[in-house]
Design a protein around this ligand. Sequence first.
Ligand SMILES: Cc1cc2nc3c(=O)[nH]c(=O)nc-3n(C[C@H](O)[C@H](O)[C@H](O)COP(=O)(O)OP(=O)(O)OC[C@H]3O[C@@H](n4cnc5c(N)ncnc54)[C@H](O)[C@@H]3O)c2cc1C
Length: 221
Amino acid sequence: MRTTAPSNRSRLRRKYERGRYDKESLYEILDSCLLAHVGYVLDGAPVVTPTLYWREGDHIYWHGSSASRMLRKSAGCEVCLTVSELDGLVLARSGMHHSVNYRSAMLFGTARKVTRREDKIERMRIFVEQMFPGRWEQLREINEQEVKATTILGMPIDEAAAKVRTGGPVDDEEDYGHPVWAGVIPFVPKTPGEPVPDDRQDPGTALPDHVRNYRVAREVS
Ligand SMILES: Cc1cc2nc3c(=O)[nH]c(=O)nc-3n(C[C@H](O)[C@H](O)[C@H](O)COP(=O)(O)OP(=O)(O)OC[C@H]3O[C@@H](n4cnc5c(N)ncnc54)[C@H](O)[C@@H]3O)c2cc1C
């Protein structure tokens, strides 16, 4: 499926022209960010928790300590997961038309626990490998206690929308002659800094490619 069908709740009403439902646009946003916010209802009230996530094909996953309230209480429940990146501040000629440039995605679904031991390990392997190719093999092998102590939730990406704003201010026609600076303050995309070796590491330990390349890959993207 190349598009996510806009359901009633995933169809944009406000600024609907900024909406995207094709999977290419959606996945581009999901793959360029690391941080999501997972919203769910706990005891009748909304809770929103920031967390890392990763995408595998048409599924999205997030994980954490098995003791996490978010992971315990949202398993098997309806969730709304959002991802967003702020790309710039848009200064218009009136306060009303100031805006921001952004890319965002909002996904709805039922969060399902990954239960099989082998599936959990595979999800964790892919999570690590997507960020740092080649690292999983170099790590100390995961042990049973660590597998048990980790909960992974996931859901298919089949009810989602993306929303994107780009470009300059859109002012009222009669305001374009107003003598105030208008335009965009772009935000430089997040770039990783110089890697900092751990204090307790053997100083002779070589910088692996997946650390060096991570910097390069992120800088050029
Ligand atoms: C970084 C950033 C900053 C923003 N700042 C503001 C702000 O200050 N004020 C403001 O009003 N809005 C802001 N927005 C836009 C905001 O996210 C909403 O799109 C907007 O408020 C309309 O909300 P709504 O509930 O009326 O949308 P509706 O159009 O009623 O939403 C219907 C459906 O459209 C989809 N949808 C709506 N918004 C988004 C989205 N952002 N991304 C993906 N799918 C979406 C969802 O599926 C949602 O269920 C910002 C967005 C981003 C990413």
